[in-house]
Design a protein around this ligand. Structure first.
Ligand SMILES: Nc1nc2c(c(=O)[nH]1)N(C=O)[C@@H](CNc1ccc(C(=O)N[C@@H](CCC(=O)O)C(=O)O)cc1)CN2
Ligand SMILES: Nc1ncnc2c1ncn2[C@@H]1O[C@H](COP(=O)(O)OP(=O)(O)OP(=O)(O)O)[C@@H](O)[C@H]1O
Length: 232
């Protein structure tokens, strides 16, 4: 059991204030002009709340949710043959999708992990499949020991939070947004997280890039799915 797997003690129940009324939480409503310093403070507090909530889940539930997320993500990816798919090495209670990498690699896919080059710079993606050697990168995140940059067709991005428009709240480094903005062609972007990570809005900023979908243990969320359903 590593640090991430230990259930947090004294965790308080998730606060649902933000679900009820953003004004009440001191934030602008969705159509009002943003006060970005205020939004950044909100994001920081929300990150801490959401990470604590997922770490407080029993490890068995996280594992079961991770398996459900992996199965649906695999179905969304479809035929893996010839595709370059980037996922991630899980930390801080993220869904563990390493078995998905194994399945993709076994069915002809080329798998990869993101690599932090430096703060403020886009990520790189380097080919890696289960069994290949790893070394510690920035923030001690395991990265492929043998550098082999690739351009992914599909990027699986773990979320700290997400909203119905499929915007992602991450760890606050801005890495994925910078990376997606810099890639020569836009990959399919599949966000993955637990359904408890849903926010009414993450208050997207101009640099935020929406994902094509979010896969949770309960199903697939596509941008404004609920609106589409309501209109049809
Ligand atoms: N498993 C996994 N690997 C990943 C990502 C991810 O989201 N999950 N990343 C996706 O991007 C990149 C790493 N992104 C990270 C971004 C910030 C911090 C971090 O610790 N940040 C500091 C504060 C940063 C700041 O404010 O400047 C902190 O939380 O204390 C860690 C990783 C690449 N690898
Ligand atoms: N394309 C970009 N160009 C320049 N700066 C950017 C870009 N994308 C994000 N940033 C900067 O990075 C910082 C963090 O962004 P944000 O809060 O969206 O991070 P995040 O998506 O939660 O983090 P991460 O992707 O690392 O998990 C912001 O201050 C933002 O201005």
């Amino acid at each position: 059991m590593d640090e991430d797997d230990k259930p947090a003690s004294l965790a308080s129940p998730a606060c649902l204030l933000h679900e009820v009324d953003p004004d009440y939480a001191g934030l602008p409503g969705p159509t009002e002009p943003r006060d970005w310093p205020q939004v950044n403070r909100w994001r920081k507090a929300e990150r801490e709340r959401l990470i604590a909530a997922r770490l407080a889940m029993p490890a068995e539930r996280r594992a079961a949710f991770g398996a459900a997320i992996a199965a649906q993500a695999l179905a969304e990816i479809g035929a893996a043959d010839g595709l370059v798919v980037s996922a991630y090495w899980p930390f801080r209670g993220e869904p563990d999708l390493r078995p998905l990498l194994q399945t993709l690699a076994a069915s002809g896919g080329r798998t990869a992990l993101p690599v932090v080059i430096a703060k403020g710079q886009p990520l790189e993606f380097h080919a890696w499949q289960p069994g290949d050697p790893l070394e510690r990168g920035v923030w001690n995140i395991p990265i492929p020991a043998v550098p082999h940059p690739v351009i992914p067709d599909v990027v699986i991005a773990p979320v700290v939070g997400y909203d119905p428009a499929c915007y992602r709240l991450g760890y606050g480094g801005g890495f994925f947004d910078r990376t997606l903005a810099a890639l020569p062609r836009r990959p399919r972007i599949i966000g993955v997280g637990y359904s408890g990570a849903r926010c009414m809005t993450i208050h997207p900023q101009p640099h935020d890039i929406a994902m094509d979908m979010i896969v949770t243990e309960n199903g697939v969320v596509r941008p404004y799915d609920c609106t589409t359903r309501a209109l049809t």
